[in-house]
Design a protein around this ligand. Structure first.
Ligand code: PLP
Length: 443
């Protein structure tokens, strides 16, 4: 009997024993193509020798040194590499152990920044509905995923949620894409004014929404307007690139495509690429200086901040992405994948939308394409699809039941950057079989 406390207490899972390129192999020898990189984590696949070697080398020299006393070479080098390629204005890096920690750090940094500037009344965060920013209490509070929040609501700080930028479901037929982007971005201004001009400390959003909607990019102009509003009202812009960062969208940092720079940026998954648990919060010189010249102490911290072995893995992953120009490869393979997804599924009677960037794609299923009516929750469609695909040897990530009070079914694809065209084609074939076995097209 397993003594592991599992994610779900129903059913059992195969034991994963090895990784090879884009594949995970279980104890019975069955191979699974990792079409979702776990949950957009394994961007370099499962057996990258450079990263493995870097981890071993670091372990041979130094496993751990507490950041109260020391910094370390891999942490310093990783931070410099991140900043050398970062969006304009980002100058400092705070290394943590994962995405939720990066988001928690960002929220606390935003609060401390305003307190030290003499604006302690700024305590509200604005976020978006149908969003996910992590599972610790602060990160859960800013997230707008009703299902995840429900039972913890009494423990969560008060956060306002505005509409996401979700063109497929929310743009009306008589609205241009530009007008739609401005309308939803302007909800931020309305909410700031409702709460009080100097009451809001930060706005947080994902440039490309991952874990709730399956790879939904904002429409052009949306984030530029968001940036303007944040500047106008002194609100810090926190961009959560935990899932969509590190090259996943065909840009090292996803916000490059939207031509905006945040005040604080969170990354994680693709940074460790599954080889080590690591995340990071990047902030501007202005945010850092406020604290450096004020109290001089960020009132936060964890035992494993800047862990040398995790940092060595992150440094090797980032160097791999940069040295092999994997970002260009993501764009090129992403175009191939998009073409194949549209060829196979665009006319499918139950596929409402196919959207994404780079190697980050979402498919949304509806029971009625005209009315965009989702399937009822009891159909449990996305989870059933995932199960059938898994049986056939494909990992893809399902999302269900997360739309405000309504249901919605999405499938996320986030294959490793190293996947060949043939492997991507194989993934689309397997997905098509799974979709057709669960949702036979009408003839
Ligand atoms: N932010 C986003 C956008 C995420 O997708 C996730 C995880 O899925 C997190 C934060 C939390 O990251 P972690 O699971 O590493 O704590």
């Amino acid at each position: 009997m397993s003594h592991i406390f599992p994610r779900s207490c129903h059913g059992s899972r195969p034991v994963a024993v090895s990784g090879d390129g884009c594949f995970i192999i279980d104890q019975s020898g069955k191979c699974y193509f990792d079409g979702s990189g776990g949950a957009a984590v394994s961007c370099l696949g499962h057996s990258n020798p450079h990263v493995v070697e870097a981890i071993k080398e670091q372990l041979d020299s130094l496993a751990y040194a507490h950041t109260r006393f020391f910094t370390s070479l891999p942490a310093e080098e990783l931070a410099s590499l991140l900043i050398a390629h970062a969006p304009e204005g980002l100058e400092k890096v705070y290394l943590v152990s994962g995405g939720s920690e990066a988001v928690e750090s960002a929220i606390k940094l935003a609060r401390q920044y305003h307190v030290e500037r003499g604006e302690p009344q700024r305590r509200h965060v604005i976020a978006r509905r149908q969003s996910y920013h992590g599972n610790t209490l602060g990160a859960l509070a800013v997230g707008g995923n009703e299902w995840r929040r429900a039972q913890y609501a009494p423990l969560l700080v008060d956060v306002s949620h505005i509409a996401p930028c979700y063109e497929y479901m929310d743009r009306s037929a008589d609205e241009t894409v530009e007008d739609y982007g401005l309308r939803v971005a302007n909800e931020l201004e309305a909410e700031i004014l409702r709460l009080g001009k100097d009451a809001v400390m930060a706005f947080i959003a994902e440039p490309v929404v991952g874990a709730t909607l399956g790879a939904v990019p904002a429409v052009p102009g949306y984030f530029k307007r968001i940036r303007e509003i944040c500047n106008q009202y002194g609100v810090l812009l926190i961009l959560d690139e935990v899932m969509c960062g590190m090259g996943r969208t065909g840009y090292l940092y996803a916000c490059e495509a939207d031509e905006v720079s945040p005040d604080i940026l969170c990354i994680a998954k693709g940074l460790g690429a599954g080889f080590q648990p690591i995340g990071a919060m990047l902030c501007t010189g202005a945010v850092y200086d406020t604290i450096a010249k004020g109290s001089g102490f960020f009132q936060h911290g964890h035992t494993y901040l800047g862990h040398p072995v995790a940092a060595a893995a992150g440094r090797a992953v980032l160097k791999n992405i940069i040295d092999r120009d994997l970002v260009s490869q993501v764009r090129e393979r992403g175009r191939f994948l998009e073409r194949k997804l549209r060829e196979r599924f665009a006319a499918h009677p139950y596929v409402g939308d196919i959207r994404g960037r780079g190697l980050f794609w979402g498919i949304e299923f509806v029971q009625d394409r005209m009315g965009k009516e989702p399937f009822p929750p009891e159909v449990n469609l996305a989870n059933r699809l995932q199960k059938v695909a898994f049986e056939a040897g494909l990992l893809c990530y399902p999302m269900s039941g997360t739309r405000d009070g309504k249901n919605g079914d999405h499938m996320l694809l986030a294959p490793p950057f190293i996947a060949s065209e043939a492997e991507l084609l194989g993934m689309v074939d397997m997905l098509e079989k799974a979709i057709n076995s669960v949702l036979a097209p009408q003839t």
